[in-house]
Design a binder for this molecule. Sequence first.
Ligand code: SF4
Ligand code: SF4
Length: 143
Amino acid sequence: MKLIGMLADVIRSLFIKPATTKYPYIKQDPPERYRAKLSYDSSKCTGCMQCVRDCPTNTIKIIVIDRKTKQFVMTYNIGECVYCKQCVYNCRFDALHMTNKLWESASGTKAGFKMIYGKRKNIDKYLAESAEGNSQSAVEEKA
Ligand code: SF4
Ligand code: SF4
């Protein structure tokens, strides 16, 4: 009886759609409200540093290039982020958001987790003056 039951299961499974997907070749879309990578809009930032003060892992840095003309660069290490969204809630100027993008984070180096946001010219200026230089590989331009 057991053998017949098992055989029936095997035959049935041949016609059932698999419950698993061929990850990483087939990826499911993350839920809309999933907490993944931050986005930053330097044109809305005032450099108030509230996000820097509120981040429980001290990973956010706002580099002031020129406060008068709102030229800022924001950096954070996605490997240190705990996705608490505290920075987003407390930014009164709507400059920070948490996207559901880049939820798979992997890098062979620590520098690969460093995210840099800002206008291209400001990022270049920051990298030129930064001690870490171009070892920060994950650069994103926004605004
Ligand atoms: S809290 Fe918002 S406005 Fe203030 S420094 Fe951070 S990103 Fe900029
Ligand atoms: S989500 Fe939380 S841990 Fe991540 S950068 Fe914002 S305040 Fe820091």
